[in-house]
Design a binder for this molecule. Structure first.
Ligand SMILES: Cc1ncc(COP(=O)(O)O)c(C=O)c1O
Length: 395
């Protein structure tokens, strides 16, 4: 009996150069790790993989937090886990909203029954610290929650000053660092962040499917003070940690079956991203790659949305050249050149190109391919933008 499915077409996955907002290019070593034999989630050999993954995640986050682990699920699962564990109904939470991912966090907080105080800035601008602190001072505040790297606009949120206020006022500082982790300077402990979540498919160059997560003692204290279980069983950290980080005397306890092969992949991705390249070197490479590509695209007439000093290195959001059908160019890149870039979201739909500068994508060669392909589609001479790109890499 025919299923009506063209199995050849369904199984043939095209080669793509992923230079969009994520997923980013996955190195063959990470794909090979994914294809290792599946073993049991209680197997001591898997415990060794978990241990190394946790150690590498601590390095990526620049934290000593014991509660550091990959949550099962994509970045959004990390957001759910963070809210389920550290936000109680009725908590007053100051939430920065300057793009789609801030909007989503505000929505999630609302659903959790929090009293959400949104502090907005234009999409494409960072939120002034004073505005966040003024809102926080407007009542008894339980947490400030911001997006470090706003992927919808390519803006990095400064964290300076937030942690001090939170410590003085017994509030938590909560962070979405999905796009910044591994690609933009972030020192979790030094920045005083109490809990944060990320994703695997951005600067870590791993397929999507896990959410790197970390929480410090101040956040865990809040969890311990709860007089009844939180609303989520799946994301209950007190249960999940009994599996990921059991105490010295208690044995590892099954909670849910870990996504074994994804953990192999994340460990390999982290070995590459933070084990083999020093994190500060990687941040500097992302910075150079961002500026080199920005200079090259400026030759086509593209302007970066984020002003100087507010840019997120792993995500370059630019206006397409005037008069160009931006969607048609993106289609041409994908279909004719096998290169993916992303378009604008929400109010910026049709008005932006969002280009990933993430991990293996933050290198000269993939950027040369993109610039040359864009020149073809825009009927422009590639020599000047390529020269600008090379100059940027030399700077
Ligand atoms: C800043 C930010 N937060 C959260 C998410 C949600 O992550 P995911 O799509 O992996 O669930 C994304 C995804 O792009 C993101 O860029």
């Amino acid at each position: 009996m025919s299923t009506g499915i063209d199995t050849e077409a369904a199984t043939a996955i095209p080669q793509r150069l992923l230079l969009g907002s994520g997923p980013s290019p996955v190195p063959p070593r990470v794909l090979a790790a994914l294809a290792q034999p599946t073993i049991g989630h209680m197997d001591p050999a898997f415990a060794a993989v978990m241990g190394e993954t946790i150690a590498l995640l601590r390095e990526a986050f620049q934290t000593e937090n014991l509660a550091t682990l990959p949550i099962s699920g994509t970045g959004s699962a990390g957001m759910e886990a963070l809210v389920a564990n550290f936000v109680d109904p009725g908590d007053r939470i100051v939430c920065g909203v300057n793009g789609l991912f801030g909007v989503r966090i505000a929505d999630e907080l609302q659903r959790a029954g929090a009293d959400v105080v949104q502090v907005r800035a234009d999409w494409g601008r960072a939120i002034a610290t004073e505005q966040l602190l003024e809102a926080a001072a407007g009542g008894r505040t339980d947490a400030i929650f911001v997006v470090h790297g706003e992927t919808s606009t390519g803006v990095a949120q400064p964290l300076g000053g937030l942690a001090d206020w939170c410590r003085e006022h017994d509030a938590l500082l909560l962070l979405d660092c999905v796009t910044s982790l591994g690609g933009h300077p972030l020192r979790l402990d030094e920045d005083g962040v109490d809990a944060a979540f990320s994703g695997t498919q951005k600067c870590l160059n791993c397929p999507p499917g896990l959410a790197p997560f970390t929480a410090g003692e101040r956040a865990l204290d809040k969890l311990r003070r709860r007089d009844r279980p939180g609303r989520s069983w799946y994301f209950d950290l007190s249960l999940v940690l009994d599996y990921w980080s059991p105490g010295p005397t208690s044995g590892r306890t099954y909670h849910h079956t870990a996504p074994i092969n994804m953990v192999y992949a994340l460990r390999e991705a982290l070995r590459i991203a933070v084990g083999e390249e020093w994190l500060a070197t990687s941040w500097e490479r992302h910075r150079r790659a961002h500026h080199a590509l920005r200079d090259a695209l400026a030759v086509f007439g593209c302007e970066r949305l984020a002003p100087d000093g507010e840019q997120l290195h792993p995500l370059l959001a630019v206006t397409p050249p005037a008069g160009v059908d931006e969607a048609a160019v993106r289609r041409g890149l994908l279909v004719d050149h096998g290169i993916e870039i992303s378009g604008g979201l929400g109010p910026l739909t049709g008005r932006l190109w969002r280009i990933g500068v993430m991990g293996a994508g933050a290198k000269r060669e993939p950027q040369e391919q993109l610039v040359a392909a864009l020149a073809t589609l825009l009927h422009a001479d590639p020599s000047e933008p390529l020269a600008a790109l090379h100059e940027g890499w030399r700077a």
